[in-house]
Write a protein that binds this ligand. Sequence first.
Ligand SMILES: [Zn+2]
Length: 55
Amino acid sequence: MNWLCVRCHREFPYKPEKIGIDDFGIYVFCPYCNRRNELINIGKDGRTVLLQTSA
Ligand SMILES: [Zn+2]
């Protein structure tokens, strides 16, 4: 599973330790351009399933 950066459109690998949460939501930073990529949790029944938004 890879993320696709919304700014530079480069793929980078999924790494759980790189994912952060703050008052604005869930995010992961692109390792190439440092763009903040927003994520949403679409999991149900207590499971966590992260999906990248197009924001
Ligand atoms: Zn990027």
